[in-house]
Design a binder for this molecule. Structure first.
Ligand code: ADP
Length: 450
């Protein structure tokens, strides 16, 4: 049983965790940097503790300050949210060593999935389809040439330590493999201090489709369907939807069952997301995220489940209260990420919020820590709100989303709302006909930037 949880995060996700905790009767401890003293999660928590100056490395990433805060406040568990320390295996281990419950997977699973080569091997052994490629690290140019011939061009050279799309380079043909190999290694070395790379077949027009899983400590695993997150710019997701307009029921069931079996085989627990590229009816694993994701609400809206509550319950040792047959998918949900940034140039736009009015009504959910008078600090991620809309079908969802975007007033900073509004009028988007490259081309057409 968990009675008091320390929330090691900020912004909308800190509020999200606080709300689930309060509904369960669990006490909450907020932590904050000096820049976040006036933040909503601090105002609403039962207790709050300042853990350091504005820079994240001194506050939200400061493991010693976080553990001290947990000890001082007598918390019995720590929820890491997403970003910051959520996928740091050493932190998860420290939390447990100090006698607190880490509300997430085991440190071993976090570590395994953080190493892309090891992760790919482990999930392939557990029956998950992966992108064809080299068997592990490729260390020499000669090997790279031979393996690329075997896979067939185009190929992608990827960093084993990868993240944020860095250390990745395509070779369209044999003429490019030498340069791509050298480039990816050098960039990986620079970005991650680890030059290890591997090769994969480069998929030309895939969609990004990810499967949500939930597992307890007793071997029970369910999947909660998929999310389509193909609308990305510079590998950052902008809009997510569930179910994917590209999948049929049989494909959904097949990939869901495959993933569930694999997670059972590796003994996974808590929430997790298995990310795939999907092309011509085939799924290809790219990575697993061992944490709660930004876009988890679209799954909640179609399943009628509270994922954060389930995370807290299973971390406290409770068994899942339902099985796969009890998971029913209902209607369609879309999430728009709203960032404080210029909708054309994407330059960050921190500042003080003037008038603020969030949309409401049937099927509309806003996850945000904004309020009128709040100053969006320049130190952190620019996402300030998530607008999540549910409808009985995709068309009703789009109608409601257009209406909600038009109602949303956020004065004082520039936001991505105008970009979302343009998207709602794009025929390809309305038809669900898009891949992972579509959004960048759409943005280029709209800004005249070529
Ligand atoms: P990172 O950890 O750097 O985010 P991922 O493996 O998740 O790396 O890949 C990031 C993005 O790069 C994917 O969302 C996809 O857009 C693209 N990508 C990755 N692997 C491939 C591939 N084999 N073919 C085509 N695109 C790919």
């Amino acid at each position: 049983m968990i009675d008091k949880v320390l929330i090691a995060n900020r912004g909308e996700i800190a509020l999200r965790i606080l709300r689930a905790s309060r509904e369960m009767g669990v006490q909450t401890v907020a932590v904050h940097s000096t820049a976040d003293a006036d933040a909503m999660h601090v105002r609403l928590a039962d207790e709050s503790i300042c853990i350091g100056p504005a820079a994240a490395k001194d506050s939200y990433l400061n493991t010693h300050a976080l553990l001290s805060a947990a000890a001082i406040s007598n918390a019995d568990a720590i929820h890491p949210g997403y970003g910051f320390l959520s996928e740091n295996a050493d932190f998860a281990a420290m939390v447990e060593e100090h006698g607190f419950t880490f509300i997430g997977p085991t440190p071993e699973h976090i570590r395994l999935m953080g190493d892309k080569i090891a992760a790919k091997r482990a999930v392939a052994d557990a029956g998950i389809p992966v992108v064809p490629g080299s068997d592990g690290e490729v260390t020499s140019l000669d090997d790279a040439r031979a393996i690329a011939e075997g896979i067939g061009y185009p190929v992608l050279v990827k960093a084993a330590a990868g993240g944020g799309g860095r250390g990745m380079k395509v070779a369209q043909s044999a003429a490019e493999i030498d340069d791509s190999f050298r480039f990816a290694r050098a960039e990986a070395e620079k970005a991650f201090g680890d030059g290890a790379v591997y090769l994969e077949k480069f998929l030309a027009r895939p969609r990004h489709i990810e499967v949500q899983v939930l597992a307890d400590h007793h071997g029970n695993v369910v999947h909660l369907g998929e999310r389509d997150c193909s609308l990305q710019r510079r590998h950052q997701k902008l809009l997510e939807e569930a179910p994917s307009p590209a999948l049929n029921g049989a494909e959904r069931q097949r990939i869901g069952e495959t993933v569930t079996e694999a997670m059972r085989a590796i003994g996974y627990r808590s929430v997790g997301t298995i990310e795939f590229l999907y092309e011509d009816g085939e799924f290809y694993f790219i990575e697993m995220n061992t944490r709660l994701q930004v876009e988890h609400p679209v799954t909640e809206m179609i399943c009628g489940l509270d994922l954060v509550r389930e995370m807290i319950r299973v971390a406290g040792g409770a068994p899942l209260g339902f099985d796969q047959d009890a998971v029913k998918f209902n209607g369609h949900a879309i999430e728009c990420r709203i960032n404080a940034e210029n909708p054309d140039t994407f330059a960050p736009s921190p500042g003080r919020i003037g008038d603020y009015h969030a949309p409401g009504g049937l099927g509309v959910r806003v996850d945000s820590a904004l309020y009128s008078g709040y100053a969006v600090p320049p130190h952190y991620d620019s996402m300030i709100a998530k607008l999540i809309v549910h409808g009985t079908n995709r068309n009703e969802c789009l109608m409601r989303l257009r209406r909600s975007l038009a109602e949303y007033v956020i004065d004082g900073v520039e936001t991505s709302i105008p970009l979302h509004q343009r998207l709602m009028g794009a025929a390809d988007f309305v038809n669900g006909d898009y891949d992972i490259h579509w959004l960048e081309a759409f943005v280029r057409r709209n800004t005249g930037d070529t």
